[in-house]
Design a protein around this ligand. Structure first.
Ligand code: ZN
Ligand code: ZN
Length: 371
């Protein structure tokens, strides 16, 4: 992780909120919450790897011996390890006693596996439990300058790959969706991205009509609209963007018309972004364009989602939401129209709420033509 992230400020803010809510500690397991607080991310595993942030007192990492180096590489001074042959029980019991949590209020990571929460319940029989998001979501939802810089850089890498896909254009006719997805992964890495932020979507022709389609062995044919939704990470922060392109041949008139509608809807959604507006306002701005064009029933999902360390996080841009936009929030604006048996169209950019409007993080062209 980049040293520019201010973990001390994040931890101070988290402890202030713990205190306000009369909670005694946060307990994270490998997750984006853990990354937010310590800079360390790894995939969850079966061994107890837990971070305790008490409202008062020293934060503690409990790590399996084989991951001790990763825990010690963070700012956390008190790292307590346990060996496979001994198991984590004694170490955990000591931490819980030291932090006086057995009868406290403990907020556990929202994605913590049940077996770990059950162990904590057994260790803290008198404690009450809640979710870490009570404390962390309000902090994570507003991105500071360093976070925005990372998100901007990740969006820039993805934009660059879209530009190259357009340049190569007709070369992809005859490729399968899966082959193109693999090529996109290579291109993201070559452009400076850290892997893929989520499963790449390449959905050609009628496959585009299913928003859940990932990719298949279907070849891309002339005239096919191809929904391309992918992202990468820079300094741990992801991008998420969609373009619907036609790599060669002539798409139908209906596709051309629908693509215009979706682009107009997407622009209207972005135009509605400003501090004080609600996420419901943004959804309605985009959705009303699609509805008035007669495709309201074919826009089957919310208009967008927050993007931070998690690719899907608060705030969700959903109909009738009265969540008020604040400077520093980052989310997608991604209306789509899905016509069974025909095609799908989605156009997605990330935006940051600024002091007086919105900054688009994705700047690459939004049209379907590659030339
Ligand atoms: Zn996306
Ligand atoms: Zn998205």
């Amino acid at each position: 992780m980049d040293a520019a992230f201010d973990f001390a400020r994040r931890v101070r803010a988290a402890r202030r909120r713990l205190d306000e809510r009369s909670a005694d500690a946060l307990v994270c397991f490998p997750s984006r919450n853990l990354q937010y607080l310590t800079g360390h991310y790894e995939d969850p595993g079966e061994r107890h790897f837990l971070f305790f942030l008490p409202a008062e007192g020293e934060p503690v990492f409990v790590a399996p011996e084989l991951a001790a180096a990763e825990a010690r590489a963070t700012w956390v001074d008190d790292v307590r390890t346990w060996a496979d042959e001994a198991g984590p029980e004694e170490t955990l019991a000591a931490v819980v006693a030291d932090l006086d949590l057995t009868a406290g209020r403990v907020l556990v990571d929202d994605t913590m596996w049940a077996r770990f929460t059950q162990d904590l319940r057994a260790l803290c029989p008198e404690a009450t439990f809640g979710l870490a998001s009570e404390v962390l979501s309000p902090l994570r939802v507003r991105k500071d300058e360093a976070e925005r810089a990372a998100l901007r850089a990740a969006a820039g890498v993805a934009d660059e790959v879209v530009d190259r896909l357009r340049d190569r254009g007709g070369e992809f006719l005859g490729w399968t969706e899966a082959e193109l997805a693999a090529e996109i992964k290579r291109m993201l890495a070559a452009a400076g991205g850290e892997g893929v932020a989520f499963d790449t979507i390449v959905a050609a022709g009628p496959n585009g009509a299913s928003p859940h389609h990932r990719r298949s062995d279907r070849p891309i044919r002339a005239g096919d609209p191809v929904v391309l939704d992918f992202g990468t990470r820079v300094d741990g922060y992801p991008s998420d963007q969609t373009r619907t392109l036609v790599f060669g041949g002539d798409p139908t008139d209906r596709f051309r018309a629908v693509h215009d509608v979706v682009r107009t809807a997407q622009a209207a959604g972005v135009d509605a972004v400003e501090p004080g507006a609600t996420t419901g306002d943004v959804d309605e701005a985009a959705r009303s364009v699609v509805r008035e064009a007669g495709y309201g029933d074919a826009f089957v999902h919310r208009t967008g989602h927050g993007v931070g360390l998690d690719v899907h996080e608060e705030p969700y841009v959903v109909a009738d939401s009265d969540r008020v936009l604040e400077p520093g929030m980052v989310f997608s604006v991604e209306p789509g129209v899905y016509l069974d048996g025909e095609f799908g169209v989605r156009v997605e950019d990330l935006v940051v709420v600024t002091d007086d409007g919105a900054e688009r993080l994705n700047r690459t062209a939004r049209g379907w033509r590659v030339d």
